[in-house]
Design a protein around this ligand. Structure first.
Ligand SMILES: [Mg+2]
Length: 230
C-alpha cells in the first residue's frame, strides 16, 4: 500500500445513498400530487421512467449540452410527457418539491459514519462532487457529514466537472497536496475513476451492488473495506 495522506470522496451514490433518498422523495411526490389519478398507474413505472430520463439528462448536463435550469425544469416534464401528461405547471411544482425535499433525506451507505470517523484519525478527508453547490451542502449538513471534511468542491464552484482534469487540479491546489499522496474514492466509472486515471491519481471504485473490475487502483463493494485497505 502506498502512503496516502489525503482522501477525496465523491458524495452521491458513494456516501449519501442517492437511490434510497430519491426514492423517498419520489414516493411523496407520487402520492402528494395524485399521479395515479393523473394516469401514472404504477409507482415503479414512474420511478423507472424518471430515473432513465434523469440519468440521460445528467449525462447531457455533464457534457455541457444542457444547462442546470434545463436539467431541473425538464426532467419531470419529460417524465410526465412519457405518460402523456403535458402539464408544465405540474412538472414545475414537482420539480420544486423534489429539489426542496430530496437533499434533506439522510440515508447513507452502511458504515459511513464509522468509516469516516476512523479514517479521519489518519487522513485528511475532502469531497469532490459534480452536484450543485447549495444542494450538496444541505445533504452534508443534514446527514451530519460536514464535520469530516476539510474542503468540499462542487463542479459549480470549481468551474469544471469530473472527469475533467480541471476539477482535480483545482481541488488539489486548494488543499495543497500532490496527486501522488492522494486517493479518489467514488462510484462513478466515467467521472470519479476515469477522471482520477486521466489526472494521474490513484482511485478506489465503490460498487455496492456487485463486484466489478474496472481500471481503478482498488475496488470495494462496502465502505467498511476501506478500513482494511487503508
Ligand atoms: Mg457518485
Amino acid at each position: 500500500m502506498k502512503k496516502y495522506t489525503t482522501l477525496f470522496f465523491d458524495l452521491d451514490h458513494t456516501l449519501w445513498d442517492f437511490e434510497a433518498n430519491s426514492k423517498e422523495a419520489l414516493t411523496e411526490i407520487y402520492y402528494n400530487y395524485n399521479l395515479a389519478e393523473k394516469g401514472i398507474v404504477s409507482f415503479n413505472e414512474f420511478l423507472r421512467v424518471y430515473y432513465k430520463i434523469n440519468d440521460m439528462m445528467w449525462e447531457q448536463y455533464r457534457k455541457d449540452e444542457i444547462s442546470k435550469e434545463e436539467l431541473r425544469n425538464d426532467r419531470f416534464y419529460n417524465a410526465l410527457i412519457a405518460f402523456k401528461i403535458g402539464d408544465r405547471k405540474l412538472a414545475n411544482d414537482i420539480g420544486d418539491y423534489y429539489v426542496k425535499t430530496s437533499p434533506y433525506k439522510t440515508n447513507l451507505f452502511d458504515g459511513c459514519h464509522e468509516v469516516l470517523t476512523e479514517l479521519k484519525t489518519r487522513y485528511n478527508l475532502h469531497i469532490i462532487t459534480n452536484g450543485f453547490e447549495e444542494v450538496q451542502h444541505i445533504k452534508l449538513q443534514q446527514s451530519n457529514l460536514t464535520k469530516y471534511f476539510g474542503v468540499v468542491v462542487t463542479s459549480e464552484n470549481a468551474g469544471y466537472k469530473k472527469p475533467e482534469k480541471g476539477i482535480f487540479e483545482y481541488t488539489l491546489n486548494k488543499v495543497g497536496v500532490s496527486k501522488e499522496e492522494s486517493l479518489m474514492i467514488g462510484d462513478g466509472i466515467d467521472t470519479d475513476i476515469a477522471g482520477a486515471i486521466d489526472f494521474g491519481m490513484d482511485s478506489v471504485f465503490f460498487n455496492p451492488k456487485t463486484y466489478k473490475e474496472v481500471n481503478s487502483t482498488y475496488t470495494i463493494t462496502k465502505l467498511i473495506e476501506l478500513i482494511r485497505l487503508l
